[in-house]
Design a protein around this ligand. Structure first.
Ligand code: HEC
Length: 499
C-alpha cells in the first residue's frame, strides 16, 4: 500500500514536472528521459532492450545524430519516432542529456560484471552439425540489423544467421582449434558462440563501453579492453567467469581508457594500448608462474592502434596527432624509430608480406588516399601507393600476389576497390562492385583463391570474387556487412589479415 502511494506520488510529481516544464521553462531532460526512455535504455542509461546511452557509446552519432534518431526513430526497430509525442525543445534537451556524462560516475565492477553473466550450456558435440569445412567458415558481422551470419567458405552458402548484441565491433576472436568464436559489442558484452553446434553458450557484460577483445595464445583467457570504466577485464574462455580485473592507470596513478588489447602469440602475452597514458602494457598469459603479471613499457607519448611485425619483436603504434608512427622494441622497451605518416595511418588494418627477401608492412590511411609500405628490417618508408581515396582496410593472403584496398572514406570514390601488386607496388585493377555504394573490407578464403568484399549499406551484400580473374562469382544480400572473418586465416595468423 505504502509502495503504491509512493508510486502515485512519483507519477503526479512527474506529470507536474512535465506540464510545468512545457509551459514555463526549459524542458527537464532527466524527467523526460525517465518518462519516455528509461524502460528501454535503463534508468541508469546503461541500456536494456535498447543500447546504452552514454557519451562514449554515442560518440560517432553525436548530439545532432541523437536528435535525429529521437525525432524520427529507426525504421524496423523498437526505437520509434518521438516527433509526435515530444516538441522540438524536448527532443533537443534529450539529445543533449544522453550525449553528456551522467551526474554520478557509472559503476561497473566485479559484482555488476558477474551478475550479468548468462550461461546456456549445450550437450557435448563430437562434430559440427553441418558438413562444411569448419575451418573454412566465414563469420560475417552484419551491423545494419545487428546479426551474425555463418557462411560456408567453399560453397559460399549461408549456413546460419542469428541476432547479436547491439553494435559488435573490434573483430571476433577464435580459439586456436577454431571451434569457438568470441564477439565484443560496443556496450561491453562478450558473447561466446560454438561454431560446431551453432549456439551461443555464454555471455557477460565486461564493461559499459568496450573497444575490443583478445584471446590468449592457449585460448584459455579472453581480455576485454574497456573505455568505460578504465579497466582491462580478463575472463575464462570456458564459461566467461571473471579471472582478473585490472584498474588501468599510469605509473603515477592517473586513470586511462584502454584503446585496444592484442594477442602476441610468440610472446605468450597480451599487449595493451592505453588511450590516456604514455605506456604500453604487456600482460603475461604463460601457464607457468604468477598469472597475468604486468610489465609497463614507458613511452614518450600515448600510442594507440598497433601493428606488430610477424615475430612480435616490434610494435608500430600510431601517434594520436595522426601524422606519425613510433616503433617500439618490445623486449628492450626502447622507441627505436619514428616514421612520418601523415594522413592518419590505420595500423590495426596493416598487413605484411615478403618482398626482395624483406618483410614489408603496408597500411592504409583514414585521411589520405595512400597505402604506405614500410620495410620492417630498418623501418624505412619504401613506397607510397596512391589510391582513389582514404580507406579503412587492406587485405591479402599468402597465396595471392595482390593486396586489396578500399577508398570507402572518400565521398566520390567510396565504391572503388583497388588491387595492388605486392611486388611491383603498383595498382593493377580497380573494381566497382556496386556503383555509388560504400564498399570495403576484403577477406580471403582459406585457399586464397577467393576474395569476399562487403557492400556496407543496409541493403548491402557480400560479393565473392575469383581472386585470380577478378570475376564476380556470387552475391549474397546482407544488412551492412561491416566485417567478415575466415576461421583458418585467423587461427593461423595469416600475414594477409589483421588480428
Ligand atoms: C521501446 C523501446 C525504446 C524506447 C521507449 C526508446 N528507445 Fe531508443 N532505442 C531503442 C532501440 C531498440 C534502439 C536501437 C535501434 C537500432 O537497432 O539501431 C534505440 C536507439 C536509440 C538511439 C541510437 C543509439 C545508437 O547508438 O545508435 C538513441 C539516441 C535513442 N534510442 C534515444 C532514445 C530516447 C532519448 C528515448 C526516449 C525519448 C528512447 N530512445 C526511447 C529502443 C527504445
Amino acid at each position: 500500500m505504502q509502495r503504491r502511494s509512493r508510486m502515485l506520488e512519483n507519477c503526479v510529481g512527474l506529470i507536474f514536472a512535465l506540464t510545468f516544464s512545457a509551459a514555463h521553462a526549459a524542458p527537464d531532460a532527466a524527467a523526460l528521459y525517465q518518462a519516455h526512455c528509461a524502460a528501454c535504455h535503463g534508468s541508469d542509461r546503461f541500456g536494456a532492450i535498447g543500447p546504452a546511452l552514454l557519451p562514449d557509446n554515442l560518440g560517432r552519432l553525436g548530439k545532432a545524430g541523437a536528435q535525429a534518431v529521437i525525432r524520427d526513430g529507426r525504421a524496423g526497430t523498437k526505437m520509434r519516432a518521438f516527433k509526435s509525442a515530444l516538441d522540438d525543445d524536448s527532443i533537443k534537451a534529450l539529445a543533449a542529456y544522453v550525449t553528456a556524462p551522467p551526474a554520478t560516475a557509472p559503476v561497473w565492477g566485479r559484482a555488476q560484471i558477474e551478475a550479468s553473466r548468462v550461461l546456456t550450456p549445450e550437450p557435448a558435440a563430437t562434430k559440427p552439425v553441418y558438413s562444411a569445412d569448419p575451418l573454412n567458415l566465414f563469420v560475417v558481422v552484419e551491423g545494419g540489423d545487428h546479426h551474425v551470419s555463418i557462411v560456408d567458405g567453399d560453397s559460399f552458402a549461408p549456413l546460419y544467421r542469428f541476432a547479436s548484441r547491439f553494435a559488435l565491433h573490434g573483430g571476433p576472436k577464435f580459439t586456436p582449434d577454431g571451434r569457438y568464436v568470441f564477439f565484443s559489442s560496443r556496450d561491453g558484452w562478450v558473447t561466446k558462440f560454438d561454431l560446431w553446434t551453432l549456439k551461443v553458450t555464454a555471455e557477460i557484460r565486461a564493461g559499459l563501453n568496450s573497444r575490443n577483445i583478445a584471446l590468449s595464445k592457449d585460448g584459455r583467457h579472453v581480455a576485454v579492453a574497456n573505455y568505460l570504466p578504465d579497466t582491462l577485464v580478463i575472463l575464462s574462455s570456458v564459461d566467461l567467469s571473471v579471472e582478473k580485473i585490472l584498474d588501468v592507470a599510469d605509473r603515477n596513478g592517473k586513470a586511462s581508457r584502454v584503446s585496444a588489447v592484442y594477442q602476441a602469440p610468440p610472446r605468450d602475452s597480451f599487449v595493451v594500448a592505453l588511450k590516456d597514458a604514455p605506456e604500453i602494457w604487456e600482460i603475461s598469459t604463460a601457464a607457468q608462474g604468477e598469472p597475468f603479471t604486468l610489465r609497463r613499457i614507458a613511452l614518450t607519448t600515448p600510442l594507440d592502434d598497433f601493428f606488430f611485425d610477424p615475430a612480435y619483436l616490434h610494435v608500430l603504434g600510431a601517434h594520436q596527432a595522426g601524422d606519425k608512427a613510433i616503433v617500439v622494441d618490445l623486449d628492450s622497451g626502447e622507441e627505436v624509430a619514428t616514421l612520418p605518416l601523415p594522413g592518419m595511418p590505420h595500423l590495426g588494418s596493416g598487413i605484411s608480406w615478403t618482398r626482395d627477401g624483406h618483410v614489408v608492412m603496408a597500411t592504409p590511411h583514414l585521411k589520405d588516399g595512400r597505402i604506405s609500405v614500410i620495410d620492417t628490417t630498418d623501418w624505412k618508408l619504401i613506397a607510397e601507393i596512391p589510391t582513389p581515396g582514404p580507406g579503412y582496410f587492406l587485405r591479402s593472403h599468402d597465396n595471392t600476389p595482390y593486396a586489396w584496398a578500399d577508398s570507402s572514406l572518400s565521398p566520390q570514390h567510396r565504391d572503388e576497390i583497388s588491387i595492388i601488386d605486392k611486388q611491383s607496388l603498383t595498382l593493377v585493377r580497380t573494381l566497382k562492385p556496386a556503383p555509388g555504394k560504400a564498399t570495403a573490407h576484403v577477406e580471403f578464403d582459406r585457399s586464397g583463391k577467393h576474395a569476399l568484399v562487403s557492400v556496407m549499406e543496409k541493403d548491402g551484400a557480400l560479393i565473392v570474387y575469383d581472386a585470380v580473374t577478378f570475376q564476380e562469382i556470387k552475391r549474397l544480400p546482407m544488412s551492412k556487412p561491416i566485417g567478415k572473418y575466415n576461421v583458418y586465416n585467423k587461427i593461423t595468423f595469416s600475414q594477409g589479415t589483421s588480428h
